[in-house]
Unconditional design. Structure first.
Length: 78
């Protein structure tokens, strides 16, 4: 049986996870969220980039690097 997901709801959920600052929201956790979300966005033709939550804390591989927000494609906003 084939199931579908709502891409906009998934983006919003993932962005909420990437904003988290609790003890469980480590770089490894956020890296997984980023990988999942980028795959969904690329496969659905909705990838429009991301922005760091804090540009001064965005060194590759750090928690700040994975603390980001993905942009919403205009076609999803309609």
């Amino acid at each position: 049986m084939r199931k579908t997901i709502n891409v906009l709801e998934t983006i919003n959920w993932a962005n909420t996870q990437l904003k988290r600052t609790d003890e469980w929201a480590r770089a490894e956790f956020k890296s997984g969220i980023c990988t999942m979300l980028e795959t969904i966005l690329m496969d659905s033709g909705n990838y429009k980039g991301f922005m760091f939550i804090d540009n001064s804390d965005s060194e590759i591989g750090t928690l700040g690097y994975y603390s980001r927000q993905y942009c919403i494609s205009p076609k999803l906003s309609r």
